[in-house]
Ligand binder design. Sequence first.
Ligand code: 7PJ
Length: 281
Amino acid sequence: MGILNVTPDSFSDGGRHAALQDALAAAQAMREAGVVILDIGGESTRPGAAPVPAHEELDRVLPVIRALRSADVLLSVDTMKPEVAAEALRAGAHLINDVTGLRDPQMRRVCAEAGAPACVMHMQGDPQTMQAAPHYADVVAEVHGYLRAQAREALDAGVPDVLLDPGIGFGKTLEHNLSLLRALPDLTAGPHPVLIGASRKRLIDFMASVPHAADRDPGTLALHLHAARCGAAVVRAHAAAAHVQALRVQAALGGGDRTRPPGPRRTLDSGVMHHTDTERA
Ligand code: 7PJ
């Protein structure tokens, strides 16, 4: 899953247009690299981020959905607002990624009515305050229990399918994040596919001393390869092309390829090793 942020610095039409052009160029590059899902976000959910009104969020994400809906890539929309989800699904989006875990019954109804699957993520608190003092008695039991309960609520409401996400960095200390990542095999052993999103997050700094978010792609990749080996179905990343390449190499080594199936001639054209291609091998 490639991250496609459409969050202009300025709310003017000029800022919005520039953000749209940047997003479409980034989307094209990620599609060509073999990304399966694009996660379109019009509101920042980083700690302390200011909320964006629904009409502004829609003005950002709808043009991207309309431009990409006939492309050979699944479109996910990262939103907490049922009214944004409803319009996005009407415009052609395939999946709703709700960091509030479909707690709002209206969000469950919107997904159910559109027949759209959803990603259910765990967050303690809200984006403004969640990193102030995260606390759990047993983080793994609480997060896994919450995800199972929210999955049941969503499926009972008629949402056709759910992805589960422990919500790395959403109301969690480094120790909480590490406990959840170590317990990932327990979550992936369950009935629902699992998504992990650690891209450029602060825990990479805590683990490897990388103060600038833009420098955290190598650590992100190491963490996401671990997640894929533990059975995660989807990893959500900024450096999507690097992830596709690394996941393909891991798959060739025996991990199971989750990137877009290659065209019929791709193995020969790109020189990737193939079991019948003994000369190249
Ligand atoms: C996540 C997300 C995540 C899911 C963000 C950021 C913050 N959606 N949206 N999982 N993170 N499902 O990218 O730093 O971890 S926004």
